[in-house]
Design a protein around this ligand. Structure first.
Ligand SMILES: Cc1cc2nc3c(=O)[nH]c(=O)nc-3n(C[C@H](O)[C@H](O)[C@H](O)COP(=O)(O)OP(=O)(O)OC[C@H]3O[C@@H](n4cnc5c(N)ncnc54)[C@H](O)[C@@H]3O)c2cc1C
Length: 337
């Protein structure tokens, strides 16, 4: 069965910033590359948690929004046309007799590869879902759990449910873009950074606390209004809303990767100076990789990716030379200038 599958040189599990840059470099080393990502979009924690934030600690980029950074990373990662598989969580790994790896996703899809680079972060990211029976009618259309593009809310009546840092940040970021922003939080006091709470309260954002959503109204996937109730009383309000963003926390789960037999270290994977895990042919980079002195910075992951790729190449072809390869000297890229 596995013989019918297309064989890749390297399969990168996780399409976060580090997985994306690793895919670019893997293309430069002429490796047939596949990226497999659990989420329906690429970019990992950056678009998931902070698309609106300004990143300032990547060399050569003084400041860039998470959203633009992600767009750039995706463009760069696609330079050598890697295969991209979205909405699959890799749950199983089997080392076959010929040394290749058979990866299986949660839905039973198989992937065959000579080497694996784990760029999974701390695991798959899943938002805590809104606990209302009608919620699934609106999910993905007018009910969202994170913001990918702030401008997609331009001119809309947005309701944000939640009271933590992200909910407050989103309210402040959307306030000048959306037509109206309402924040609904079930507790009387917000738990985010004080100065951000003050900014929100002093702006045009309508704050409802302690309130909770009790009904979403609308049709054909489009919310038209939301009924909210004051916690501890029977006071109800119905507000005209066309987009709801829920921020009730999230679950990060590494799943069965912890059971693949690699040496683990405090929930992360122990690697050596070549980014190799304890299973030959499997490497780890980014937040999931652990070694002495490790810093969980995107910039650090951008060095780990090329190291892993070069050693994955050596794993496949032990006589290959270990070389850095500069993009400035790389013939196929020079043609694009
Ligand atoms: C609010 C916040 C602000 C931050 N600000 C900065 C900053 O300014 N500068 C900085 O350097 N760092 C910052 N960080 C940290 C930075 O985001 C991480 O270090 C970086 O995202 C790690 O990248 P990664 O690719 O290793 O993992 P991730 O970004 O976590 O991506 C991993 C991807 O792998 C996928 N995945 C996991 N398991 C599987 C599986 N089994 N199958 C398929 N897919 C899977 C996940 O869905 C995810 O998309 C910040 C983090 C947060 C939360």
């Amino acid at each position: 069965m596995s013989r019918e599958l297309e064989l890749y040189d390297v399969t990168i599990i996780g399409g976060g910033p580090v997985g994306l840059f690793t895919a670019f470099y893997s293309g430069m080393r002429e490796m047939k590359t596949k990226i497999i990502e659990f989420l329906p979009f690429l970019g990992g924690k950056v678009p998931y948690f902070y698309p609106e934030k300004i990143i300032r600690d990547v060399g050569g980029i003084p400041h860039i929004s998470g959203e633009e950074f992600t767009e750039n990373l995706i463009e760069q990662a696609m330079t050598f046309d890697p295969t991209v598989v979205l909405e699959q969580q890799i749950t199983k790994m089997k080392r076959l007799d010929d040394g290749t790896f058979l990866l299986t996703s949660h839905n039973g899809t198989n992937h065959l590869t000579k080497t694996v680079i784990l760029a999974t972060g701390y695991g798959t990211l899943q938002s805590v879902k809104l606990d209302l029976p009608e919620a699934n009618h609106f999910e993905g259309t007018s009910l969202h759990y994170h913001i990918n593009k702030l401008n997609s809310y331009a001119g809309k009546h947005v309701l944000i449910s939640g009271g933590g840092n992200s909910a407050i940040d989103w309210a402040n970021e959307l306030e000048p873009i959306a037509e109206t922003v309402s924040v609904v939080y079930r507790k009387p006091d917000f738990s985010g950074i004080e100065s951000n709470i003050t900014k929100m309260k002093n702006s045009s954002v309508r704050v409802f606390s302690p309130f909770e959503m009790i009904e979403l109204k609308g049709s054909n996937g489009q919310i038209s209004s939301v009924v909210i109730k004051e916690v501890g009383s029977n006071k109800l309000e119905e507000i005209t809303i066309d987009s709801v963003i829920v921020n009730h926390g999230f679950i990060i789960d590494l799943g069965s990767i912890t059971e693949w037999g690699m040496v683990m270290n405090n929930g992360t994977i122990q690697v050596n100076h070549t980014m190799a895990t304890s299973i030959p042919g499997i490497f780890a980079v980014g937040d999931i990789a652990n070694y002495e002195g490790k810093l969980n910075l995107i910039a650090g992951g951008f060095n780990e990716g090329p190291i892993a790729v070069n050693h994955a190449k050596l794993h496949i072809a032990p006589k290959e030379e270990l070389k850095p390869i500069y993009s400035t000297n790389y013939e196929p890229l020079m043609k694009n200038n």
